[in-house]
Write a protein that binds this ligand. Structure first.
Ligand code: ATP
Ligand code: MG
Length: 225
């Protein structure tokens, strides 16, 4: 039987204004796989990720998460809080009350995982957008997150850096046995994932094979233009 890292069943969520965002939404992300979440602006992708991370509470339905979550936001400037790379990754470990040696080991290992060990002492302001996103991912790895939720992490990146980042997350998922759910609007990113969900009117209306979803969305774009 396939183990799932994320299971969502009949999830309903409305804002206090009464506007419904998710309406009996269900999905499963298999453990150790890289899945993407697509849907038009306002379809509820970010809201779903926030519910999965426990930042919002559902009105009804079930969420099962098997592992520690790491969240990566669209804008890394909202996430990186310390002056330097090493300090930022270490900052995420404060609650674990580790020894200095343990913190150093975790930080070194996490920065090596995203190929940025040589930037450990670099000020955050002197990083590129792609490097900042990789530091945010290193933060999650240092905290030993097993499930990465990434909300349009490439939205602010140029096309080359964008594909580097998605390829890197694909490699991390496979080499470390992580599970990732990645929100995107960019169809070329689908080439890197194991499967994808299409969110529409508060529900998953299509899922599975990335190529099939890509063709469906390309068809819809042609029809509407
Ligand atoms: N804090 C909030 N209070 C009230 N309504 C909100 C709030 N945040 C988002 N919404 C509304 O909830 C709906 C879903 O928003 P959400 O941000 O989840 O969409 P999305 O799929 O992530 O869109 P995008 O592709 O633009 O990022 C939208 O109609 C949005 O206007
Ligand atoms: Mg969003």
């Amino acid at each position: 039987m396939v183990q799932t890292a994320i299971t969502v069943q009949d999830l309903c969520f409305s804002w206090s204004s009464g506007a419904s965002v998710l309406d009996a939404c269900s999905l499963e992300v298999p453990k150790g796989e890289f899945w993407m979440l697509l849907g038009t602006n306002g379809s509820g992708k970010s809201t779903l990720l926030r519910l999965l991370a426990g930042l919002l509470s559902p009105d009804s339905g079930e969420i099962q998460i098997s592992g520690l979550i790491g969240f990566v936001f669209q804008n890394p400037d909202h996430q990186l809080v310390m002056p330097t790379v090493g300090a930022d990754v270490a900052f995420g470990l404060v609650e674990e009350k580790l020894s200095i040696a343990q913190v150093r080991a975790r930080v070194t290992e996490a920065l090596a995982a995203v190929n940025l060990l040589d930037l450990q002492r670099r000020p955050i302001y002197a990083l590129s957008g792609g490097q900042k996103q990789r530091i945010a991912i290193a933060g999650a790895i240092a905290r030993q997150s097993e499930i990465l939720l990434l909300d349009e992490p490439t939205a602010l990146l140029d096309p080359d850096t964008q594909l580097d980042l998605v390829a890197q997350v694909q490699r991390l998922v496979k080499s470390r046995g992580l599970t990732a759910l990645w929100v995107t609007h960019r169809l070329e990113e689908l080439n890197y994932c194991d499967g994808a969900f299409l969110l529409e009117n508060g529900r998953v209306v299509a899922q599975g094979e990335p190529e099939r979803l890509k063709q469906r969305l390309l068809g819809e774009t042609k029809l509407s233009s």
